[in-house]
Design a protein around this ligand. Structure first.
Ligand code: BG6
Ligand code: MG
Length: 219
């Protein structure tokens, strides 16, 4: 294993919940409707526009293109406000240690997040210099569950996806990693992330040796 492709929200930092909090506020303000918890699973890992499409489909609401764009911009404003107090304390348990282990073994690190706020969040977490590359989600043809962002992240560190593991907390993200043929490492619920090749219940369980061994096994 020569590289690791990291998801951001819900893997590196506890920012995943803020996304859905922002969607809940937006939908409440615009339509006075509530969003059920199960929609959070569907929007996790999915781009901003694809998330709003899923939410509007669920609510059975149609909006003009102009309103759609206005709503994604507004959601991002709420999300950015929620990120205001973000510090390195928001890095999830086990992540700093895992990153050190990878560095000790000369493993390259790339960010493979769907978020356009990736560089901003990494900066707030003081992790910007830790990553060898950040794949730009605005430059890939298709978002997760398509493999594009993981392929781009591997390419950005001059590796083939097969040389890498990807770490994800979302269903769409695990599918994307599997399609890219990197080793999929899931963080979360067994039923939800059943397609992950290796699974840890939460980030505090992430283990360099286990990831390396699982990668050896499939290669
Ligand atoms: C992913 C989140 O990391 O980024 C999704 O899991 C989010 O919930 C997506 O929609 C896009 O993020 P942003 O910051 O560009 O709106
Ligand atoms: Mg995530």
């Amino acid at each position: 294993m020569k590289g690791v492709l990291f998801d951001l929200d819900g893997v590196i930092a506890d920012t995943s919940v803020y996304h859905f909090q922002a969607w809940r506020k937006l939908i409440k303000d615009h339509f006075n409707r509530e969003l059920p918890d199960e929609l959070e699973v569907q929007t996790k890992g999915v781009s901003r526009a694809d998330s709003l499409t899923a939410i509007l489909n669920y609510l059975d609401i149609k909006v003009s293109d102009e309103d759609f764009n206005q709503m994604t911009a507004e959601k991002n404003k709420v999300f950015r406000e929620l990120l205001n107090g973000l510090t390195p304390n928001n890095i999830l348990p086990g992540i700093s240690n895992l990153i050190s282990q990878f560095k000790q073994h000369d493993i390259k690190l790339a960010l493979a997040s769907a978020s356009l706020n990736g560089p901003f969040i990494l900066e707030k977490l003081q992790l910007l210099d830790t990553f060898d590359a950040i794949a730009d989600p605005s430059k890939v043809a298709a978002g997760k569950p398509a493999p594009d962002i993981f392929n781009a992240a591997a390419e950005a560190i001059n590796l083939a996806p097969q040389d890498c593991a990807g770490i994800e907390d979302s269903v769409a993200g695990i599918t994307a990693i599997n399609r890219s043929s990197a080793l999929s490492v899931g963080v979360g619920d067994r039923d939800e992330l059943s397609e992950a090749k290796l699974l840890f219940p939460d980030t505090s369980f992430l283990d360099y040796e286990k990831i390396e061994q699982a990668w050896e096994k499939i290669n």
